[in-house]
Design a protein around this ligand. Structure first.
Ligand SMILES: [Zn+2]
Ligand SMILES: [Zn+2]
Length: 266
């Protein structure tokens, strides 16, 4: 799952956002280059070249090539898209369909489209969770930009890493900003074992602090592991996180909850 930022429209920003909401689609301009599936560009530069050809007087062709390439080739159903207009992050859509091109049925004059549904995720919170930055190699002036740093800060995982048998893969997934963001937008910031919430205890200073634990035992699996942020990942406070990783085998979160209940009762 990836997280993108899409500028809704350069002239009719707010109208475009409303159209996206009511029609369940997201879209990008530069219609005159035609259907990207037919152009069969081999990279983003080829699309930039096509834009220059179709719009000889336009000076922003270099912003369109990479954006259209990603919109067609890199975006996937399930990805989240932060919609920005007039320099504000407005809402978050989830991509539900493949790229299509329709000149008859445009979205706010744009023909390159994908089906997408509005989510109730907060655009600001998602942006914060993904590291409040764009991915390496991306230029924020592009219409469509991939969000997120390669890694979240080290100190967040340091507590439980030390002396634990936590596998390298699980650690990488727990630190993956996109996976983390999707998990936290689903669960929120309460520890899912003991209920601890950093903001409730430490106020503003503790806001948005929590560990994210990868529930799946990865040691036996080979090859890349698909992570479902709502099933495989779960927010835990550092104490509970340390406890599930204590011992030879990782304890399930359910077993830890039971342990907490037993000891509260006695
Ligand atoms: Zn806890
Ligand atoms: Zn963990």
């Amino acid at each position: 799952m990836q997280i993108w930022r899409l500028v809704a429209h350069h002239e009719q920003g707010l109208a475009a956002v409303e159209a996206m909401k009511s029609q369940g689609r997201i879209a990008i301009g530069w219609n005159d280059i035609g259907d990207l599936r037919e152009i069969a560009a081999k990279d983003s530069r080829a699309i930039t070249k096509a834009i220059k050809g179709a719009y000889p007087t336009l000076k922003n062709a270099h912003l369109g090539g990479p954006s259209l390439w990603d919109f067609h080739r890199s975006m996937c159903p399930g990805d989240l898209v932060i919609i920005s207009s007039l320099n504000a992050r407005r809402c978050v859509f989830r991509v539900t369909g493949d790229y299509f091109f329709d000149e008859e049925d445009q979205l706010c004059e744009y023909s390159h489209q994908r089906a997408a549904e509005l989510t109730d995720l907060s655009a600001e919170q998602l942006w914060h969770e993904v590291g409040a930055c764009y991915a390496d190699g991306y230029n924020q002036r592009w219409t469509l930009v991939l969000c997120g740093a390669e890694e979240t800060p080290q100190e967040e995982s340091a507590t439980y890493q030390e002396g634990s048998r936590h596998s390298v893969t699980a650690t990488a997934i727990e630190r993956n900003p996109a996976a983390r963001a999707a998990c936290l937008t689903h669960f929120g910031y309460d520890c899912q074992a003991c209920g601890f919430n950093f903001a409730s205890t430490y106020g503003e200073h503790g806001k948005h602090y929590i560990h994210v634990h990868h529930r799946v035992e990865l040691a036996s699996s080979d090859g890349p592991v698909y992570t479902d942020p709502e099933k495989d990942l779960i927010p835990l406070c550092p104490n509970c996180h340390a406890m599930v990783h204590r011992g030879k085998d990782t304890m399930s979160v359910e077993a830890l909850r039971q342990l907490l209940d037993e000891n509260k009762a006695s």
